[in-house]
Design a protein around this ligand. Sequence first.
Ligand SMILES: Nc1ncnc2c1ncn2[C@@H]1O[C@H](COP(=O)(O)OP(=O)(O)O)[C@@H](O)[C@H]1O
Ligand SMILES: [Mg+2]
Length: 310
Amino acid sequence: MLETEEIGKVFKGKAAVEGVNLYMEAGEAVGLLGPNGAGKSTTISMISTLLKPTSGDVRLNGKSVTKDPGSIRRVLGMVPQEIALYEELSAYENLKFFGRIYGLSGRALEQSIGQVLEMVGLTDRQKEVVKTYSGGMKRRVNIAAAMLHEPEILIMDEPTVGIDPQSRSHILEMVRKLNKEKGVAVLYTSHYMEEVERLCDRVYIMDHGKVIAAGTAEELKSILSSEETILIELDRAYPDFTKELQAMEAIKQATETENGIKLIVPKGSRVLGSIFQISERHQAQVLNVAVQTPSLEDVFLHLTGRKLRD
Ligand SMILES: Nc1ncnc2c1ncn2[C@@H]1O[C@H](COP(=O)(O)OP(=O)(O)O)[C@@H](O)[C@H]1O
Ligand SMILES: [Mg+2]
């Protein structure tokens, strides 16, 4: 449905975005993950026609967006990084203002406002002035404004930054519902890998203006390694248990840790059953078993040598 073709943006002779190719199918939830300054906002500003690419193009259903910006504006809702609301007006009044910008009026506008307020859970407080709202509530008004014209695609630029954990979770859940239940395609920009992982079917990882990796979270993690770590927590040390695990073909490495045993096994190996059998034989009391797979954070670290949140 939507794709970018080698889009690039140069600011004052310096490339902020370079040769970015990404695509999005109808109804998909796509994540754009990268640290501050990676070029995420610049990329989505080009997609939403707020910025003109220095090179490349954006296509909506095969047609050039730079040639016909109106085509994408009709189907796209944008939630910008900065919250832009009239503090002295109520949520309802703000939405009325934004709705008019989208060309909505009269009954259609009233109906839309009612729907989006319901969706973001602000129906009860719609008459209160925005300056009395928490950061999370303001963000919800922002999202509501982007949804007024019932877009097919919603682009969100770091919508949970600076927002308390409870509102954050509320926002994530709302976005998930919009995507899964209403079929709205979502392009979700963040530097929080766990949000992207929770919401998105596919992920692009950006750094220094370029896409450095793309795929499902599973695919991205599989570039990392072909191994998994299993941590067995025990009530005390059982040297013989450890030795027997070390001797197992399916286990690459077994080492004693402070509170148990750490195993390195090939990815997807089914060793848990045998581990429990052996533990019983040694009458070892297993308090907990945790299988650790790499996170997207680990993938980023592997690709760049840096952490996402530096
Ligand atoms: N309007 C602008 N003028 C000059 N430089 C800019 C402008 N917007 C962004 N940049 C630069 O482009 C790079 C990418 O920025 P941005 O797209 O905002 O990254 P992100 O959203 O991933 O944090 C940064 O180095 C930033 O300083
Ligand atoms: Mg940004």
